[in-house]
Each structure stands twice: as structure tokens, then as C-alpha cells.
Design a protein around this ligand. Structure first.
Ligand SMILES: [Zn+2]
Length: 426
């Protein structure tokens, strides 16, 4: 069996469900594996049971550094929903089953094998190739990359980085594209608060019902729309798929003409999105609510600010008796499309599948990449290519039951990571 598949099986069998994480076991497994290949390793831990591993293949010191970035924690798995043991790491029909197979112990294993195999071959780059297996990405409570960047910046500083986030193969208009995430939207949720006056619900007229007052605002939020705009990632995507980027107002129709999937991919990227998801009013059935809070999931484009989002929301809702509060800002960073890492992605795709092309993408969620972009200006992409597993099937398995990865995709990803190291740090 392939070295990557074997290492993945071992990683899956270590339960690193976060919370509580307990990633140290995974960090130690990877350290032992890498040290056996002669790779320099160090564990960094804010608390003993939540270690991060940083391994380094030293370069000659006259070129850029590349970080292979990953996380070792996983989300909860309920064995009752699974057809196989989520922590069994079984190989079934060419696929390794288990929590983390896709998100993202598969890439962890491939990154470790990329470093170990390069070290065994005696390969040496111009700059360092660094492997970061961070704890605590899924919860982000301050034990993982954020903490490393703040407390041990020299250990994780890099010019370029490859992380999770994309790499899926999609067929659009008869041609295959591999998506490479070069940017991430910002999560910028708001709370809409409406105030009224409580009273006994048996006499509706004596109070001022905040829930009822919130209803028209909620309905209005459900209709939210903005003038479309073309961010560089969507322009680059359309350029790859259509040969040129149409004006923003025609982008959606032009994408749909090629394929419904192309339209689906760019639709949430043409502007900020707004989706009310939670509501809270009275705690008691017989008490008229004096306040009502609607939580609104808002995703804004990289480059936009929560302040701009608030202005857009207020303009959409109009004047009224409500409060609007931004409660979080996460992600929303981008790296330029182009340069040595982009060239490595593009040349790998052309080599592996003649006729196919790489296409940039901005993803709706965010990954640990933003810590590196913000701290060091790292050019960070989400790219772990896959083609054996259908991208729509993969999307349904991540954070869900029966997560599994084809061994062929692990090997495919491994080839890319080795190619990236050899070209970026040539
Ligand atoms: Zn992940």
C-alpha cells in the first residue's frame, strides 16, 4: 500500500475530535515518521495535549520558502450515522474511510510524505520547505496557527503556502478545470435587534410585540440583493472558462450559458450575501417579547469591510426602529493570482491532464491561510487536487458521515506537493 495511505490510516486511528482536540498524539506520530527520514522537527504546544508540529527541510538560503500548511484536528463523528468505524481508517475498494480523510488528514499525510520523500532523495531547495501540522483549526480557540503566528513567528513564516480549501476538478462546457482558492470571503455576521414592551400575551394590545415588529425587517432581509461586481478571482475564473471576463452585470448569464455549475460557483461571489439564520424573542409562550434578536449570516467580499456591509444593510432596510450590530469578522483575505506558486499549480494541471486548466476561485468559508497572509504577507493558496472522487460527492462527505478519500487522490495530491516544492523552491 502507498506510504501516504498507510500514514493516513494511522492518523485517522488517533481520535483528534475537537473539542477537546488532543492533537499531540498526531503531532508525535508525524514527528517520529519525519525524523526517521532525517527531517528536522519541533513541537510547539500552548498546553501539552494540543501540540503543533513544524518540520523543516532546510534550503540553501537563497530562494523563497514554502509552507505546506494543514491541521490535525477533526470535527465530531457519530458512529451511528456511519457505515464504517469513523476512527477505523479502513481501506475499502481503494478508498480510506474515516473522519478527517478529506478534511484534512489526507493532505496532512501527503504533506508529510512529500517532505520525507524529498529528504530521503537528498533534494535540497533554494529556500526552506516547511510542514505545519497545526492543532485547533476547526474551533479556533487559540491553540493552533493563530498562536504559532503570534508566539513563534519564526517557526511558521513563509513566502508561499499551500493549504486546504480547493483543488477539485470540475467540468465546465466540456473542459476540465481544477479550482485553486486564492481568496476567501469574510464572515461578518450581524445581529438585528428590535425592541418593544412586554406584557401578558392574553392581552396582546397592552404590550408592544418586538417579534411582530421584526417580521417585516426579516422578510426584507430575505430579499437582499446588491449590484453585482467582479472581484479579480471571479474575473480570473471567467477568463479561464470563457476566454474573457464579461461585464459584472452579464457575468451570471454568461457563466450559466457554459454550465449551471459555473453559475452556481460564481453567484455567491458577485457581492455580499445575507442570510438570516437564528431568531430569539420571548422565553415564555405567555409573555409578549420586549425584544427580538435576528442573527444574520453575512459574507462579504475580500476587500470589503463590515462597516461597508452595515451601511449596505441599513440602506436596504431603510430607516426604522431597529439596531444593527456586527458581531464578528473572520477571514476575508486574498493572495495575488500569478507568480511562482500559481505557475506551479498551472503547470502541474497541464502536466497531469493535458487540455485541462487551473482556475482561480474565492471560497465562501475561511481556512487557516488568513493567519499567514495577515502576519507575513504570505502568498497562500488552497489547493489539494482531486479527481477520483466527484467534487459534489466530496462536498457532501466533509464534516458528515462516511467521509472517505480514494488512495489515487492521495497520490495525486502528493505529486502536486512535491511538484510545488521543486518548482517554487527550485
Ligand atoms: Zn479543514
Amino acid at each position: 500500500m502507498s506510504e501516504t495511505a498507510k500514514l493516513l490510516q494511522q492518523l485517522i486511528r488517533l481520535d483528534t475530535t475537537n473539542p477537546p482536540g488532543k492533537e499531540t498524539a498526531a503531532a508525535e506520530l508525524l514527528r517520529d515518521y519525519l525524523e526517521a527520514a532525517g527531517v528536522e522537527c519541533a513541537l510547539y504546544a500552548r498546553v501539552p495535549e494540543r501540540a503543533n508540529l513544524v518540520a523543516r527541510l532546510r534550503g540553501r538560503g537563497d530562494g523563497p520558502s514554502l509552507a505546506l500548511l494543514s491541521h490535525t484536528d477533526v470535527v465530531l463523528a457519530d458512529p451511528a450515522e456511519w457505515e464504517r468505524d469513523p476512527f477505523g481508517g479502513e481501506l475499502v475498494d481503494g478508498e480510506i474511510w474515516g473522519r478527517g480523510a478529506l478534511d484534512m488528514k489526507g493532505e496532512v499525510a501527503a504533506s508529510a510524505v512529500a517532505l520525507a520523500s524529498l529528504a530521503r532523495e537528498g533534494w535540497r531547495g533554494s529556500g526552506d520547505v516547511i510542514f505545519v501540522a497545526a492543532a485547533d483549526e476547526e474551533v479556533g480557540a487559540g491553540y493552533g496557527l493563530q498562536w504559532l503566528v503570534e508566539e513563534h513567528p519564526d517557526a511558521v513564516r513563509a513566502d508561499f503556502s499551500v493549504n486546504e480549501g480547493s483543488g477539485e476538478r470540475v467540468v465546465l462546457g466540456g473542459r476540465a478545470f481544477y479550482l485553486c482558492s486564492t481568496a476567501e470571503k469574510m464572515s461578518s455576521p450581524f445581529v438585528l435587534r428590535v425592541r418593544g414592551r412586554s406584557g401578558h400575551a392574553s392581552m396582546p394590545g397592552i404590550g408592544d410585540n418586538a417579534l411582530v415588529k421584526a417580521a417585516p425587517l426579516l422578510a426584507r432581509l430575505g430579499q437582499f440583493g446588491v449590484e453585482p461586481q467582479l472581484i479579480p478571482e471571479v474575473a480570473g475564473f471567467l477568463d479561464a472558462v470563457l476566454g474573457s471576463a464579461p461585464p459584472a452585470t452579464e457575468a451570471l448569464d454568461a457563466a450559466r450559458a457554459v454550465s449551471p455549475l459555473a453559475a452556481e460557483l460564481i453567484e455567491p461571489l458577485l457581492g455580499m450575501t445575507v442570510c438570516p439564520t437564528m431568531a430569539q424573542a420571548s422565553d415564555k409562550r405567555n409573555v409578549i417579547p420586549a425584544s427580538c434578536e435576528i442573527t444574520v449570516d453575512v459574507r462579504i467580499l475580500p476587500g470589503q469591510t463590515p462597516e461597508q456591509a452595515e451601511a449596505a444593510l441599513r440602506a436596504w432596510l431603510g430607516d426604522g426602529d431597529y439596531e444593527l450590530e456586527n458581531v464578528e469578522r473572520q477571514g476575508g483575505t486574498r493572495s495575488p493570482i500569478g507568480g511562482p506558486l500559481w505557475d506551479a499549480v498551472a503547470s502541474f494541471v497541464e502536466q497531469e491532464e493535458p487540455g485541462a486548466a487551473a482556475a482561480p476561485m474565492c471560497v465562501a468559508g475561511f481556512t487557516d491561510s488568513h493567519w499567514l497572509r495577515e502576519a507575513f504577507g504570505t502568498v497562500a493558496y488552497g489547493f489539494f487536487p482531486s479527481r477520483a472522487l466527484d467534487s459534489e460527492v466530496a462536498a457532501r462527505l466533509i464534516h458528515s458521515a462516511n467521509e472517505r478519500v480514494p488512495v489515487d487522490d492521495l497520490e495525486f495530491g502528493l505529486r502536486f506537493l512535491r511538484h510545488a516544492a521543486k518548482t517554487v523552491c527550485a
